[in-house]
Design a binder for this molecule. Structure first.
Ligand code: GTP
Ligand code: MG
Length: 219
């Protein structure tokens, strides 16, 4: 394809000249976005829990990502050497089994980037709230996140995805999260899930979209 680029036009007595640029196939932009998605789902949860990982596991388009190098002190302990953090948001798309196209946004886990939470949570059809199943503070973090989400949308469809639970102890590990959800958002769903496993992530998105909407309660 040839692009015409006039220059010098408009100068009195100067004939407009055109320079032609030959575009090669390799110059073409990679197509990133698919078809318009009918629903938007948000991945929320604490720093390093696996929101970006989960989005990468299911997206059918190249993920739009705003991760930057990070020196968070607890990074290595929690995530086995994760060296980046999401500063804006992640964006991906995939299709549900029924063929419906869903847009997924991964929120930044750090509160200093919470302007993104304000922007994306109210516009979302549902939230998958990722939680650490192997951290002492996991349940409290989950409560803090539920309240933060509740401040940004009066009604929410929520699925809580508890990660890093050993298979043999899943039910016991889920119990404190179920008790918390019973208190703060009884309509939310609580399940164990691995953000690295596409099947688990798809199951959590479907659970969030089919959960009943409810308000997050105060204590
Ligand atoms: N061993 C183990 N590692 C996991 C598990 N789930 C997630 N991870 C790892 O934890 C890290 C999570 O990193 P991210 O996906 O960037 O986390 P994030 O939630 O997007 O982090 P922020 O955007 O910084 O809040 C990745 O290195 C994952 O491979 C798990 O169940 N077991
Ligand atoms: Mg991230």
């Amino acid at each position: 394809m040839k692009l015409g680029c006039p220059y010098g036009a408009g100068q009195a007595g100067v004939e407009a000249k055109v320079r032609s640029v030959e575009l090669q196939p390799e110059d073409a932009l990679e197509i990133v976005l698919g078809h318009p998605a009918s629903r938007q789902v948000v991945f929320a949860g604490p720093f390093g829990v696996g929101k970006t990982t989960a989005l990468r596991a299911i997206s059918e388009i190249p993920v739009v990502n705003t991760d930057v190098a990070s020196r968070e002190l607890d990074t290595a302990q929690r995530t086995g050497g994760k060296t980046t953090t999401t500063a804006g948001f992640d964006y991906g798309e995939f299709r549900l089994a029924a063929g419906e196209r869903v847009a997924v946004f991964g929120l930044p886990g750090q509160e200093r980037f919470d302007a993104m939470w304000d922007l994306l949570v109210p516009a979302s059809a549902a939230v998958v709230l990722w939680a650490y199943g192997d951290q002492a503070e996991g349940v409290n973090q989950c409560a803090t996140w539920l309240r933060a989400l509740g401040q940004r949308a009066s009604l929410l469809r929520v699925a809580v995805a508890v990660s890093r639970l050993p298979l043999a102890a899943q039910e016991a590990g889920l119990a404190p999260y179920r008790a918390l959800v019973q208190r703060l958002h009884p309509l939310a769903v609580v399940q164990a899930a691995d953000p690295r496993a596409a099947e688990d992530v798809r199951r959590m998105v479907a659970a969030a979209l089919t959960a009943l909407p409810g308000a997050v309660r105060g204590d």
